[in-house]
Every structure is written in structure tokens, then in C-alpha cells.
Design a protein around this ligand. Structure first.
Ligand SMILES: NC(=O)c1ccc[n+]([C@@H]2O[C@H](COP(=O)([O-])OP(=O)(O)OC[C@H]3O[C@@H](n4cnc5c(N)ncnc54)[C@H](OP(=O)(O)O)[C@@H]3O)[C@@H](O)[C@H]2O)c1
Length: 300
């Protein structure tokens, strides 16, 4: 049987890259799909590394709808995503998302997976929710992957900072995040595990599904406790800007039965439902910290 074409936007980035790694090593999906990755620059090292693994890298720009139409020709399934932070614009992100969806429909793709988010009144969330609404109006099977807070953020912009180096900055708070806020944590590497049920049954059961993609709701205080235990270094939570009362020691996770602010009402049930559909177990925060502990550049 000829393999079906799976086109992946953001192939050189976190979500698209992790999905490709999952598909390439998956016992079923690696036999079903051939992979095409979209990039603006196929000469960059990450794009070349993917090409060496057999991913056909195609150049296109989300700001140029015609290039997307050319790049998605022949696709059976499309993973679509946008990077809000490059433009910082709700309008641009919405246009980019809609252009990817239009191109998938024009290509005659059977299905699209949109990296979405719930509508919570923030531009980087609401633009994705707008695109989700648009896709729901189109004639294409769809799944809406709604990732939680990436654990990988703590390898980059939310990386712990040694007290003496901090100079008043401290480890960053995440917008509305307080010491005991329930943060939905997702390991980016798990993206394929969340999408597996949809990939196995695009036609019926999971068409239109919204996936609340996180392994648990965890407070920053609990995250710090796990960090401290696994690394042997004392990690404390401090709200960005140090508005007082942010720094805290022990205490453990609280609000265990609550919903997460990030997903809103009903989110615990939605997360539990999502996890119950999946055949593979997701990565916990503790497992993530154990995995990356010792990796250079994580904990300095
Ligand atoms: N951090 C979090 O906790 C979190 C949680 C939920 C959702 N999100 C959302 O995740 C998104 C970022 O995803 P990510 O971290 O996977 O991205 P990323 O690692 O920053 O990579 C961005 C990808 O987008 C591609 N890209 C950017 N502009 C493009 C354009 N004009 N045309 C074609 N491709 C383009 C890049 O490809 P090339 O450079 O190769 O062209 C790259 O592969 C943001 O929208 C954010 O709101 C983040």
C-alpha cells in the first residue's frame, strides 16, 4: 500500500519536530505515513537534519497563502500550527492559521490537526480559538490539539536562575501564575501520544475532537519541590517582578480537585477524558526533570 502524505508545519520547531520524531519511530504510523516538513528555509541545519531522516522538506511561508497551497499538494493529513510570538499579532496569527486550513482543504486532505488553545481573553489564545472556529466551518475532518504549558519552557525562558546571579529577576512567573495556581503541564515530546487516538480513528469517533493536552495540573510550588528533590538544589518559586509574597518554600500542591485557569471550567474532566483515550502514558513533571537533569544548559 502506498504511504499517505502527512504534512507538518513547524517541522523545525518544538511541536512539529516532536511530532515528526514520534511518527518516525512509531510501529504503525511509520508504515502508514511519509512525512513532509514545511520550513521557510530548507538550507538551515535543522531542516537538513530532518531531510537526512527521510522527511521531505518543502519551503513555504505562512504569510504567503499561495506558497502553502503549493506546499500541501497531495497531503492526506496536515498538522498546522503558528508561532504567535514571531509577530505578536492576533490578526497575523489568525490569518496564518486560516491560510493553512484553506490550503489543506484545497489540497483535498482528509484531515487537519490544528494546534489550538481555548478562548480565555489573551491574544495568543484567542487567535488560535478563532482559527479553530473557522476550521469547524470547513469541510475537512479535524482535531484540535490544545497543549498546556510546555515543560520545555523551563529549559529556556523559565529556566531556574541561581540566587546570586538573579539580580532581582527571579524565576519567571507566567502571566497570571501564582504560587498555587494549577498549571497544566505538557511534555512537548508527548504530542504524538495525544494525537494517536485521532490518527487511529479520524473518520468517526474523534472527528472534531478537542484534546486537553497535559499530564496533570501542577502548582509552581510543587514543581519547585520536585526540582529540588531530583536535582539536589534548592529551587524556590518567585513571582516575576517580585510583588511580595511570591517566594515560597515547601507546601506541596494544593487545589487538587480544581480546574486549571488556563483551560477554564470543566478542564479537569477534559484532561482526564483526553488521557483516557490514549494508548501510551504521558510524561509527568518528575519524569521530565529526571530526564533533563544533568543535561547541560538546563540547571546552572
Ligand atoms: N510555550 C508554551 O507553553 C505554549 C503552550 C501552548 C501553546 N504555545 C504556542 O506554541 C506556538 C509555538 O510553537 P512551537 O514552540 O512549537 O514553535 P517554535 O519551536 O518556536 O517553532 C516555530 C516554527 O514555526 C515555523 N514558522 C514560523 N513562522 C513561519 C512562517 N511564516 N512560515 C512557515 N513556517 C513558519 C518555524 O519554521 P522555520 O523557522 O523553519 O521556517 C518553526 O518550525 C506559539 O504560537 C505559542 O502560543 C506555547
Amino acid at each position: 500500500m502506498e504511504r499517505q502524505l502527512f504534512t507538518i508545519y513547524g517541522a523545525t520547531g518544538q511541536q512539529g519536530g516532536a511530532l515528526i520524531r514520534y511518527l518516525l519511530k512509531h510501529p504503525r504510523f511509520s508504515k502508514i505515513y511519509k512525512l513532509r516538513g514545511i520550513t521557510r528555509d530548507s538550507s538551515k541545519p535543522r531542516a537538513q537534519a530532518l531531510a537526512q531522516q527521510g522527511v521531505v522538506m518543502v519551503e513555504a511561508d505562512m504569510n504567503d497563502p499561495d506558497s502553502l497551497k503549493r506546499a500541501t499538494q497531495g497531503s492526506h493529513i496536515v498538522f498546522a500550527m503558528t508561532d504567535f510570538w514571531l509577530s505578536g499579532s492576533r490578526e497575523i496569527e489568525t490569518q496564518q492559521g486560516k491560510a493553512q486550513a484553506d490550503a489543506a482543504v484545497q489540497a483535498g486532505a482528509q484531515a487537519i490537526i490544528w494546534s489550538s488553545l481555548p478562548r480565555i481573553g489573551l491574544p495568543n489564545f484567542d487567535s488560535k480559538a478563532d482559527v479553530e472556529e473557522y476550521i469547524r466551518s470547513l469541510s475537512i475532518k479535524a482535531a484540535f490539539y490544545r497543549p498546556g504549558w510546555f515543560m520545555q519552557n523551563h529549559l529556556t525562558f523559565s529556566k531556574p536562575v541561581e540566587e546570586e546571579e538573579r539580580g532581582g529577576g527571579g524565576q519567571g512567573d507566567r502571566g497570571r501564575c501564582e504560587a498555587h495556581t494549577l498549571v497544566p503541564l505538557v511534555d512537548n515530546e508527548d504530542i504524538g501520544k495525544y494525537l494517536q487516538p485521532f490518527l487511529d480513528d479520524v473518520e468517526e469517533k474523534y472527528d472534531g475532537v478537542g484534546l486537553t493536552a497535559c499530564s496533570a495540573f501542577v502548582t509552581p510550588v510543587h514543581m519547585c519541590e520536585v526540582w529540588s528533590r531530583v536535582t539536589g538544589k534548592v529551587v524556590k518559586f518567585e513571582k516575576e517582578g517580585g510583588d511580595g509574597g511570591g517566594v515560597t518554600g515547601g507546601g506541596g500542591a494544593r487545589g487538587g480537585d480544581g480546574d486549571s485557569w488556563y483551560y477554564g471550567e470543566g478542564s479537569r474532566k477534559a484532561m482526564e477524558w483526553t488521557l483516557a483515550q490514549m494508548e501510551e502514558k504521558t510524561t509527568s513533571w518528575e519524569e521530565f526533570v529526571e530526564r533533563v537533569e544533568g543535561e547541560e544548559a538546563w540547571f546552572r
